[in-house]
Design a protein around this ligand. Structure first.
Ligand code: UD1
Ligand code: MG
Length: 451
């Protein structure tokens, strides 16, 4: 990347009313991340790359998301929605600081890639005053059309303002633009609102640049990258494009996906080498999977790290804050939450492990439940290394089980168990000789008489 400074202004003031949701549009998620997060992670980063985000009034949740992702970003509120150029100018103070390049992106266009931003910036370095991102739309209805004369981009016509002839043009405006930073403010200030919607249209920058004798160039990309999201149906389509991309990237990185189309990844899922993911697995955000791990079918895994050669599932649910050590096994119908399982730990069947720490090589028997919640607060369970927890045990937290301890099956453990102790908590078994025979006679006597 060049040493030139840049400012990226992301327009995110949309209410998203067509999403039929109370959530601001740019916070709707794709692959476990908000649309805004996708755009911000593709936008130019690093030294000399400033960021400004223009949001709508009362969008506190958007402010929170921006601060979480890019604490260095400047946030501007556009109090009235008077058009895309008006929105950019809400960030006037940041633009006036005079970066070499001004990049404008839309917060509702989440599939945009970092390479595309780089291509647009490269066009400026080639001498253009303005670079416009364009694409060939299968159905151009609603998009601004890029009008080319003599091989030169002369203007962009919004759909509402376009003639019947112009509406036949399929080369459309994706929305992303890059300006020569020294000229940007002057151009933006000259944009008026004499159009069908009486809005200040960013696209009018093209005509102004041309009048000034500057060059405006088109950088073309595929439609999939610049889908704008206005509805839930478009959000779902973008999700499927993003999933296809993420699956392909995982396959290219050497992950074995037996049935890729059935695996849902998050944008930040990371894999080591020789990882296998069986069909029908869903990853939420924040999952890392180390070398050689196998995720069996029908698992739901969120915010956790899975150690080398660990095995998960089938039918396991791993919730946030869980970490599995190397070679650990989480088997079928096991739920784990906010727990650390050491190397070689086995929780193979039908268990709930919550707020728990388990030392290496401990075996947790089928049906074991950590009782972490007393109706008021959550409590911690600490299990040492080399412990054997017999099946169907309840460990009532807060509780500590020492290294090498042995818990008899069916125990309800409410007091700490010292290292190497055997804890058994159940009533004494009473075998009555012949009792079963007597019981059967009692139950069948009446019936025989009646018959
Ligand atoms: C815009 C372009 C159009 C392009 C299309 C691509 C203009 C005038 N039109 O049209 O050429 O083909 O995108 O998807 O630029 N926004 C604000 N404040 C405003 C208006 C918009 O922040 O006052 C934000 C929106 O939240 C959105 C983006 O700007 O993120 C685009 O606005 P939108 O209303 O979706 O524009 P389109 O009609 O789709
Ligand atoms: Mg739009």
């Amino acid at each position: 990347m060049s040493a030139r400074s840049s400012l990226t202004v992301v327009l995110a003031a949309g209410e998203g009313t067509r999403m039929r949701s109370n959530r601001p549009k740019v916070l709707h998620e794709i692959a476990g991340q908000s649309m805004l997060a996708h755009v911000l992670s593709a936008a130019p980063q690093g030294d000399g790359a400033g960021l400004a985000v223009v949001i709508g009034p009362h969008h506190e949740a958007v402010v929170g998301e921006i601060k979480r992702l890019r604490p260095d970003a400047k946030i501007f509120v556009q109090s009235e929605r008077l058009g895309t150029a008006h929105a950019v100018l809400a960030a006037r103070e940041a633009i006036a600081a005079g970066a070499d390049e001004l990049v404008v992106a839309f917060g509702d266009t989440p599939l945009i890639s970092a390479e595309t931003f780089a291509r647009m910036r490269a066009a400026l370095q080639g001498g253009a005053a303005l670079a416009v991102l364009g694409f060939r739309a299968a159905d151009p209805t609603g998009y601004g059309r890029l009008l080319i004369e003599g091989g030169q981009l002369t203007s962009i016509r919004e759909h509402a303002d376009a003639s019947a002839e112009e509406r036949k043009v399929t080369l459309c405006n994706a929305g992303v633009m890059a300006f020569d930073g020294r000229k940007a403010l002057e151009i933006l200030d000259r944009i008026g609102n004499a159009n069908a919607k009486s809005e200040y249209y960013l696209v009018d920058a093209v005509g102004i640049v041309r009048q000034q004798g500057g060059e405006a160039v088109v950088i073309e990309t595929g439609e999939d990258e610049v889908r704008g999201i206005n509805t839930k149906a478009q959000l779902a389509e973008a999700e499927s494009v993003m999933q296809a991309r993420l699956r392909r990237a995982a396959l290219d990185a050497g992950v074995t996906l037996i049935a890729p189309d059935t695996v849902y990844l998050a944008a930040d899922t990371t894999f080591g080498q020789d990882v296998t993911i069986e069909p029908f697995v869903v990853f939420g955000p924040g999952v890392s999977i180390a070398d050689g791990a196998v995720i069996h079918s029908f698992c739901h895994i969120v915010q956790c790290s899975i150690g080398r050669n660990a095995q998960v599932g089938p039918y396991a649910r791993i919730r946030p804050g869980t970490s599995l050590g190397d070679g650990a096994k989480i088997g079928n119908f096991v739920e784990a939450k906010a727990s650390t399982l050491g190397a070689g730990v086995k929780v193979n069947h039908l268990s709930y492990i919550g707020d728990t720490e388990i030392g290496p090589n401990t075996n947790v028997g089928a049906g074991t439940i950590t009782c972490n919640y007393d109706g008021f607060g959550k409590h911690k369970t600490t299990i040492g290394k080399g412990v054997f927890v017999g099946t169907n045990s309840s460990l009532v937290a807060p509780i500590k089980i020492g290294d090498g301890a042995y818990i008899g099956s069916g125990s309800v453990i409410t007091r700490d168990v010292p290292a190497d102790a055997m804890a058994v908590e159940r009533s004494t078994q009473n075998n009555r000789e012949g009792g079963a025979t007597r019981y059967r006679e009692l139950k069948t006597r009446g019936k025989k008489k009646d018959g």
